[in-house]
Design a protein around this ligand. Structure first.
Ligand code: T4K
Length: 401
């Protein structure tokens, strides 16, 4: 453990870890089971196009999400595009800017216009009143995001969407296995989208899924994600290739088998982070409603520079030098990204404030309790000596620069 700021790797001390600690290290589960599933697919000579493993994954995800239909896809970005396209959305799509670029990209890719809405400063979720104020005759849909696995304000958004007769969807990339008001995420809005990217709590290398209770929409998306090929093998509409392969489904099923254990481990990690970071002025973790199911896949720390003296970016660099690869999810916010910047710039004060402070810390089953104690001791040391760290940094620079 480091006793003084001169022990920091940034200033020439040994790094706290020999090997990098990642946010989003893949949760594979039982490798033998994965290879057995893969062997089975190879023995069957059936590798994609709605194979039995993809179908099994769809059934299990639909059960988990408490919905009638699940269509497994090659990733969540394509899944969002399929939802928007199959729903006939045109014009503008209102969404938070505090999200991953995939949310606005899915709309832009289809020629739709993302309209960024500010968030509630407490929750980081889209503010429903502000969303309502952005609705115009051009509005085709609202996309809510269950950011970091915390449910968006589903009831208020449903009310806004119903009052203005606007379609409502959710980007649930982070929220598999989470609930809102005790109801599984997956059943809100007209459709929701999960991601099974390698960095997600359940992963299929690359992968995603659309979940919905709308049978007509589900049929349309299933056809559309397979080149527009209907059951009778005719093609009567435009489609794309958004299918999940059997190899991806084998991985997804195996990672899903591990999900209960992963979630428990993530919960324990989160609790330890909270305990270890408790009482450090200017350092806090975003909280989860303990009355809901959460997957705790993201541990999001907020850095208040006014109290720590240290910016989020500097703390991230200090941690990086210690081989702790914390991620600023999501900074810059989407409206600050080059494709979406405007002149004059759109101002979203709550989004900008939050996005300048957040840092995702390593978690998942591969992160040990000892790792977490070490990470937190570095954070404690730096945050309680912010001015001295800045002074030393400005005087001697960083040895890793
Ligand atoms: N909506 C939201 C709200 C999302 O967050 C995302 C994706 C989507 C939609 C779209 O879902 P997909 O179309 O991807 O299914 C990563 C992921 O690529 C992305 O899926 C994810 N969100 C986003 C939050 O994070 P990067 O650019 O940060 O990834 P990268 O390569 O820097 O890796 C992140 C960390 O994970 C690193 O510390 C290394 C570690 N890692 C990564 C990979 C790929 C591993 O340890 N092993 C790996 O195989 O975007």
């Amino acid at each position: 453990m480091k006793r003084s700021i001169t022990d920091l790797a940034l200033f020439g001390g040994p790094s706290a870890f020999l090997h990098p600690l990642y946010v989003g290290k893949p949760t594979v589960g039982d490798r033998a089971r994965f290879f057995a599933r893969l062997d089975w697919a190879l023995d069957n000579n059936w590798l994609t196009n709605g194979g039995p493993l993809a179908r099994e994954l769809e059934d299990r995800i639909a059960d988990l999400a408490g919905v009638k239909h699940c269509i497994a896809t090659c990733n969540a970005t394509i899944a969002l595009e399929l939802v928007l396209r199959a729903s006939g959305v045109t014009g503008q799509v209102i969404m938070p800017s505090l999200t991953f670029a995939a949310t606005p990209h899915s709309a832009s890719w289809l020629g739709l216009e993302p309209v960024f809405c500010d968030v509630d400063p407490e929750t980081g979720s889209i503010d429903p009143d502000l969303a309502a104020s952005l609705i115009t005759p051009e509005t085709g849909a609202i996309i809510g995001v269950h950011l970091w696995g915390r449910a968006a304000p589903v009831d208020a958004l449903a009310k806004v969407a119903a009052e203005h007769d606007v379609k409502l969807f959710y980007d649930a990339a982070h929220a598999l296995g989470c609930t809102a008001g005790g109801q599984p995420i997956g059943g809100f809005g007209a459709a929701e989208v999960f991601s099974f990217h390698a960095t997600k709590t359940v992963m299929s290398f690359e992968g995603g899924a659309v979940v919905t209770d709308d049978s007509v929409l589900a049929d349309r998306i299933r056809v559309m994600h397979n080149f527009g090929i209907e059951r009778d093998k005719t093609i009567s509409s435009i489609g794309t290739n958004g299918k999940m392969s059997e190899a991806a489904a084998a991985m997804g099923l195996t990672s899903l088998d591990a999900f209960p254990a992963t979630r428990e481990r993530n919960r324990a990690n989160y609790s330890l982070y909270r305990a270890e970071l408790h009482g450090i002025p200017g350092i806090s973790l975003i909280t989860f409603d303990e009355n809901e199911e959460n997957n705790y896949q993201y541990v999001i720390m907020q850095v208040d520079q006014a109290l720590t003296g240290l910016s989020r970016d500097r703390l991230q660099e200090i941690l990086r030098a210690e081989k702790v690869l914390a991620q600023p999810y999501f900074s810059p916010a989407c409206h600050q990204l080059k494709p979406y910047r405007t002149d004059p710039p759109l101002r979203l004060p709550h989004t900008e404030r939050l996005s300048g402070r957040v840092l995702a810390l390593p978690t998942g089953p591969s992160v040990s309790f000892e790792d977490i104690r070490r990470v937190c001791s570095v954070i404690r040391l730096c945050a309680s000596h912010g001015e001295q760290v800045n002074a030393l940094w400005d005087r001697q620079g960083s040895v890793t620069a």
